[in-house]
Design a protein around this ligand. Structure first.
Ligand code: MCN
Ligand code: CUM
Length: 796
């Protein structure tokens, strides 16, 4: 008797490059985004934003706005204050103004809201509001924030006498000092990782619908974490949690931008409660670019203690992070600077010390969003730029230096210098695959020959290992809510199923890939499994989608709930086959009798029996829920290698080739994984080459529109060569998968910058800050000096 197991690839199981089911509606323009939601009697809200970065509000006169026909409500900070809603708590234990009362603290800050019959009336009415500002000096970088005579931005906080948000440190200071005392060479580098913006195609928005008759509040909103919002609304607005329903419909890209809680959400909810009508708020592009979740804007002073032969003896890092006017990081770790201390996790560094300082400035709050896993992007960028500089200072080969210092395959579990525990990886193998693909030795020869003819070629290597998954619940929580996730699977009598999770995809393809895990575990074809996420009334409680945590946590829950279903189906099979459960074997899609493999029942037959022919005493139905609390984070690894040619006359640089070797453990859907990598690499290329959103000396946001803040089109985007041959299954994940969603955006930027710096070998240039714009490269080449990108930008 040969096996009757189903062909896993054919049913769309693990490893199948199944087409994305959600694309069916997306490419037909049939997605259902927040702005598509239209409710009877719905009103529209617009926000009046501050034109100034720092100013005292002397008065706000909204009387002219109230007089405009079609205006239903004007909300100001003063009115919010009467309901104790002028300020809201942030996820980082700070407070943030919902609508400004005392001062405005960044350009674009929310000052008032108008709710009207349509958005145009609301916008006109915003312009009719008269605000009398008394300008204060703006602070646009940490050095200004630290100046002894700097104005205190957060004078609303009694205990705040300066602009320091926090001082934090981790590692072994004394041990690190000893390592530096013994070093043959000390390599130093100062860097700025500039502000960047996730800029999803869809901006933020909400439709709040409070029904006085039922007391139910339904909010459609662009959130990556609907259950967290429900909990926050319940706690802050003191509404009963069962009366709050958060629906996160289709999301047109999140990239971290839709993790935080924004004033617009709060105001639309309050307006709906006051007016007893649905209120829609849809942010415009400039509003999105100037006021919502920025990322990065952080400075590094890095030092490496090195032995002459190339061994890293110790690492010292100091970072100054610009958090803007409110510390509103939406990150779940207990660490002030997120997971910055994941730096050097892939290298065998005996001892390290990190100090981190956070500063308030007159900029939109942010710092921790954008395909990042909470500062891991910065950690890996700093690490790989420091590693390149160290190899250069030692006169060592870039690849050799990395290989010699990598954590070895048999060194796992490995305690990193800052205290994480990594569990698996094949770092050197990934590097070898990448070097072979790019033709490393050959390129180095070509580079030397080209240089003799005045052509500047460069090669940049970057590696990254990322702590993905948040939680486990022991170490990660949001305002005390532990980090875990969930899946709920209902198998109907005909063998079709619906799966819901506590995650909320924003384009990552969850509707496709979760069904593949069910197919793998149960043999139910993926096409027979509908996946639904984002409605708190139907989905099991979960922490949402960010930190590439969905596969590590919710994806694991999908496997676990499928196994619970299989365990019950096995009992049903035993009943149907009239044998004892111990005599039953499983192969994909089917239970059979061990001694007589031809006698078997399919999973679908078991499903039917669960509703029509269950054994006496068995609870009917085939449904279950699993909550999953992972034992550790997952640790994917990647090597990215870029080659470039720099034009010495203009500073323009072109990418010749880019090779990516990603090891994210078992791949559920190889095509989706490749899409995630290509998207991340494109964002990395954009950040390193062209994206510029900064502030001038007067605190004006430069780059608040898509004429200035560039998104690469297919024309600018280089081609990528992806390699998937290295697979190190995650030892603790039920299907061996590790996260992938952010890896390429995390590890990519350093590869591009390292390549440009490598092309300038011999000029003495050690750093050009991102974005590596042609004029910066030209300046570096012409004046043989480093080029900093720190604001305020020069006025010349
Ligand atoms: N996957 C897989 N095999 C693996 C790992 C993942 O097939 N070994 C699949 C997953 O099933 C999922 C996708 O790849 O369909 C991404 O999975 P995962 O790495 O778990 O990441 P999340 O689903 O948690 O997505 C979050 C991550 C983050 S934090 C940002 S930011 C980001 C990113 O995803 N935002 C995105 N990628 C994005 N892609 C799109 N299109 N839109 C965004 O907003
Ligand atoms: Cu940090 S951006 Mo993603 O984690 O949503």
């Amino acid at each position: 008797m040969t096996s009757q197991a189903l062909d896993e690839i054919k049913i769309g199981g693990l490893g199948s490059s199944r087409k994305r089911v959600e694309d069916d509606r997306f490419i037909r323009g049939k997605g259902n985004y927040t702005d598509d939601v239209v409710l009877p009697g719905m009103l529209h809200m617009e926000i009046l934003r501050s034109p100034l970065p720092h100013a005292r509000i002397k008065s706000i006169d909204a009387s002219k706005a109230w007089e405009i026909p079609g205006v239903h409500l004007v909300l100001t900070g003063e009115m919010m204050a009467t309901r104790n809603l002028a300020w809201m708590p942030t996820l980082s234990y700070d407070t943030q103004a919902v609508l400004a009362t005392d001062k405005v603290r960044f350009q674009g800050q929310e000052v008032a809201c108008v709710i009207a019959d349509d958005p145009y009336i609301a916008k006109d009415a915003c312009e009719a509001i008269e605000v009398d500002y008394e300008p204060l000096p703006p602070i646009v970088n940490p050095w200004q924030a630290l100046a002894p005579d700097a104005p205190v931005i957060r004078d609303d906080k009694v205990s705040q006498a300066d602009n320091v948000v926090y001082n934090w440190e981790v590692g072994d200071k004394a041990g690190t000092d000893r390592a530096f005392a013994q070093a043959d060479v000390i390599s130093k580098l100062e860097l700025h990782y500039p502000r960047s913006h996730p800029s999803p195609i869809e901006c933020c928005g909400s439709v709040a619908d409070f029904n006085r008759a039922t007391s139910k509040l339904t909010v459609y909103m662009t959130t990556q974490a609907p259950h967290i919002i429900r909990a926050a609304v319940a706690m802050v607005a003191e509404l009963p949690e069962q009366m709050i329903r958060i629906i996160s419909p289709d999301i047109g890209g999140g990239f971290g931008n839709k993790v935080p809680i924004y004033p617009g959400y709060v105001c639309s909810i309050l307006a709906s409660i006051l007016l007893e009508r649905p209120v829609k708020w849809i942010e415009d592009k400039t509003g999105n670019l100037i006021s919502t979740g920025f990322a990065r804007d952080i400075y590094l002073k890095g030092e490496m203690a090195l032995r002459r032969d190339g061994k890293i003896l110790g690492v010292r890092m100091h970072t100054d992070a610009d958090h803007g006017a409110f510390f509103s990081d939406a990150q779940p770790s207990k660490f002030k600077i997120g997971l910055m201390h994941s730096a050097f996790a892939a290298y065998d560094v005996p001892v390290a010390h990190l100090t981190a300082r956070g500063l308030y400035t007159n900029k939109a709050p942010g710092g921790v969003a954008y395909r990042c896993s909470f500062r891991v992007t910065e950690a890996m960028f700093f690490q790989e730029r420091m590693v390149q500089a160290a190899a250069d200072d030692l006169g060592m080969d870039q690849a050799e230096f990395r290989r010699m210092n990598f954590v070895k395959d048999d060194d796992f579990p490995h305690r990193t210098p800052f205290g994480f525990l990594t569990d698996s990886g094949q770092y050197a193998k990934c590097l070898d695959v990448g070097l072979a693909a790019i033709g490393y030795e050959n390129f180095r020869k070509e580079q030397a020959e080209a240089r003799e003819r005045g052509r500047l070629l460069g090669l940049g290597i970057s590696t990254m290992t990322e702590p993905l998954g948040a939680g486990n619940s022991r170490e990660y929580d949001i305002l005390g809510i532990k980090m875990f996730d969930s899946a709920d699977l209902k198998v109907h009598m005909t063998g079709k199923a619906i799966l819901r999770t506590g995650a909320r995809g924003q384009g990552q393809g969850h509707e496709t890939t979760w069904a593949q895990i069910v197919a793998h575990e149960l043999g139910i074809p993926a096409d027979d499994v509908t996946v639904e996420e984002g409605d708190t009334d139907t989905a099991p409680f979960g922490m949402g989608t960010y930190a590439s945590r969905s596969t590590p946590v919710a994806g694991a829950a999908v496997a676990m709930v499928s196994r619970k279903i299989r365990a019950k189906a096995r009992k049903l099979a035993a009943h149907l086959l009239e044998v004892s459960e111990e005599d039953i074997e499983w192969e994909l899609g089917r239970f059979y009798v061990r001694s007589s493999p031809g006698r078997g029942v399919t999973i679908q037959e078991c499903a039917m029996a669960a509703y029509s022919n269950m054994p006496d005493g068995m609870e009917p139905g085939l449904e279950n829920t699993a909550y999953y609390d992972p034992p550790n984070l997952t640790w994917p690894f990647a090597v990215y290698i870029v080659t470039v040619e720099v034009d010495p006359e203009t500073g323009v640089w072109d990418v010749l080739r880019m090779v990516a070797v990603d090891d994210c453990g078992v791949r559920i859907n190889p095509m989706i994984v490749e899409g995630q990598i290509m998207g991340g690499l494109t964002e990395a290329y954009a950040m390193s080459s062209m994206q510029f959103i900064t502030f001038d000396a007067d605190g004006n946001c430069v780059g608040s529109n898509y004429m200035d803040y560039l998104l690469p089109s297919a024309w600018e985007t280089p081609g990528y060569e992806l390699h998937s041959e290295v697979v190190t299954p995650c030892p603790h994940h039920p299907i061996g998968a590790k996260g992938i969603g952010e890896c390429a955006a995390v590890g990519g930027p350093a590869a591009f910058v390292n390549a440009v710096i490598d092309a300038l070998t011999g000029t003495g240039v050690r750093n050009i800050d991102m974005p590596v714009l042609p004029d910066r490269v030209w300046e570096a080449i012409t004046y043989r000096r480093d080029v900093s990108g720190a604001p305020p930008v020069r006025q010349d």
